[in-house]
Design a protein around this ligand. Structure first.
Ligand SMILES: Cc1cc2nc3c(=O)[nH]c(=O)nc-3n(C[C@H](O)[C@H](O)[C@H](O)COP(=O)(O)O)c2cc1C
Length: 171
């Protein structure tokens, strides 16, 4: 059975909520709060599957608890070949539509450069924003949650994505 780590950074609780909903969908998955539980980038090696969650802040930046880990990954360049990875995160398409979910795009670029296999791209249909570094053609490079403007869609989006990952990753 594949081991699953759900790593999340969340400042006001939205990405945490998504991480907890995901944990309900993947029995045995371990939740790692980047602020409280993260020890270092070796922790990514402990799992077969990494579900990585970050909200977007500033000008499209990852949530603050991700800054050092992402720097360390890009500095140390560990080989993540064969690691199954997927990204999720929260943003605000209305007030911050000039960089909606952009943190996920930065994480996707980095993990792909380290050899990870990235899953869980989702359609951009149903979102209205100006620009996103997380956009790849007509998809986002992961699950985008906008709990500020579309709270009513959060739970169904999470459950649909969990089912997509189970299929894509063969879990
Ligand atoms: C100062 C500030 C800057 C923000 N910048 C962005 C941004 O660039 N892109 C985006 O999609 N959302 C942006 N947001 C919205 C947050 O990402 C959103 O509120 C999210 O739900 C927070 O999730 P969290 O509670 O998991 O941290 C910003 C919010 C604030 C208050």
């Amino acid at each position: 059975m594949a081991t699953i780590g759900i790593f999340f950074g969340s400042s006001s609780g939205v990405t945490r909520k998504v991480a907890e909903l995901l944990a309900n969908e993947f029995s045995g998955a371990q939740l790692i709060d980047m602020e409280e539980d993260f020890d270092g980038i070796e922790q990514f090696e402990e799992f077969d599957v990494l579900l990585l969650g970050s909200s977007t802040w500033g000008q499209g930046d990852p949530q603050r608890d991700w800054v050092d880990p992402l720097f360390d990954l890009s500095n140390d360049s560990p080989d993540l070949s064969g690691k199954k990875v997927a990204f999720f995160g929260a943003g605000d398409q209305k007030t911050h539509g000039e960089h909606f979910l952009s943190a996920l795009g930065k994480m996707d670029d980095l993990f792909l450069s380290l050899g990870a296999d990235v899953y869980g791209y989702t359609s951009t249909a149903g979102y209205d924003y100006k620009f996103s570094l997380a956009q790849r053609g007509d998809k986002f490079c992961g699950l985008g949650i906008d709990d500020v403007n579309q709270e009513e869609l959060t739970q169904e989006r999470v459950i649909a994505w969990a089912n997509q990952l189970k299929n894509e990753m063969g879990l």
